[in-house]
Design a protein around this ligand. Structure first.
Ligand code: MG
Length: 362
């Protein structure tokens, strides 16, 4: 039997409603999940799927640009054997940037490769940690709304909150105090500053965050402030999570050589499985901790992020609960959480429901 080859690559924009707007950083917001289903079909009829999460303010991608770049790549992919990982990666890496388009393409190819062998990603990618601690991204809102949303997701089984901060430091600390008072030690809290601090204010801000009981801070300073970031990390005030500074394997190599962080946040949405696994391993080889971010993925992207989260290099809670922010999903079954954990092995049979996809296509 000959090896199946890539026959078609499709990109289908869809739109899912959110329960409220997610706001972060200096001025980014998300009021609906306007994402793209990437579908790779092989010449034997095998289909692999993944979710692209274009983020105009982060990566400069839009649903239309995801469609365009995959249309651009398709002719070079068609005819390649699904087992030719080197050849497929060469094509995927033949364009720069376009992180979520290329990340989703990688994951759809992995999915198709597993299915062509009569397997699923749960057979080829599930790691040793089949239960994973989860975190929820608490966006910037009024203090009352943030507390109400936190109570809702804790009720739904979340025990770690990543609190988006950075528009008003005093107010941020007040919200964090409220969260701490409400949940006590039952809920782990950390902050994502999304590059909003300045080198002169950051040391005191991190010390205050530590005082407030936060366990780490994600990307406190602008990525361009490389020297200041390395100096801040060297002071050891609070463990630093690298996100915006590590979009790619090349970014990670730079950050490792400058010593800027303690925990790597790898996002399957922008790195796929191929680069995501390589980045986790590179960070662990340098003694770094690892977590997996979701890029506000809906259910399908969450399944894939969850699979990467089961790898041995992942040591911290992972952002796998954004589905709690969705008004609807494409999956046929809900993803549920218990006492802070997600049982990834229980998601094996979750699939995209074709009727729901039809309903939400743009
Ligand atoms: Mg972040």
């Amino acid at each position: 039997m000959s090896t199946p080859t890539v026959a078609r690559v499709e990109a289908l924009p869809f739109r899912l409603p959110l329960r409220g707007t997610l706001a972060w950083g200096a001025h980014s917001t998300l009021s609906a999940a306007e994402h793209v289903l990437v579908r790779v079909t092989l010449d034997d009829g095998t289909v692999g799927v993944a979710e692209a999460t274009p983020r105009p303010t982060i990566y400069g991608e839009t649903p239309d640009s995801v469609v365009a770049i995959l249309r651009w790549l398709e002719p070079a992919l068609v005819g390649l054997p699904i087992t030719d990982e080197a050849g497929l990666n060469r094509v995927r890496n033949s364009v720069a940037n376009n992180h979520t388009a290329r990340g989703a393409l990688d994951m759809a190819l992995w999915d198709a490769r597993a299915r062509a062998q009569g397997l699923t990603l749960w057979d080829t990618l599930l790691g040793p940690n089949t239960r994973v601690r989860v975190s929820f991204i608490l966006g910037i809102d009024t203090p009352a709304a943030m507390l109400a949303e936190a109570e809702r997701v804790v009720e739904a089984g979340v025990r770690c909150l990543k609190v988006k901060v950075g528009r008003d430091h005093t107010r941020d600390l007040a919200v964090i105090r409220d969260l701490r008072n409400t949940f006590g030690d039952e809920v782990q809290l950390y902050a994502d500053s999304n590059e909003t601090l300045t080198p002169d204010l950051a040391p005191a801000a991190l010390a205050a965050m530590r005082e407030a009981g936060l366990t780490y801070v994600e990307e406190p300073l602008p990525v361009r402030e490389l020297k200041s970031r390395a100096a801040l990390h060297a002071r050891g005030l609070l463990p630093i999570v690298a996100d915006d500074s590590c979009f790619t394997p090349a970014d990670l190599a730079r950050e490792l050589s400058f010593g800027t962080f303690d925990i790597l946040n790898v996002k399957t949405a922008r790195n796929g499985f191929t680069d995501g696994l390589a980045m986790l391993r590179a960070a662990a080889a340098h003694g770094k901790c690892g977590m997996v971010g979701s890029q506000a993925s809906t259910g399908l992207g969450t399944l894939h992020a969850a699979l990467l989260s089961t790898q041995v290099e992942v040591t911290e809670p992972c952002e796998l609960s954004f589905v709690l922010k969705l008004g609807d999903d494409l999956l046929d079954q809900p993803i549920t959480f218990r006492d802070g954990w997600l049982d990834v092995s229980s998601l094996r049979d979750h699939v995209v429901n074709p009727h729901k996809l039809e309903r939400h296509l743009v």
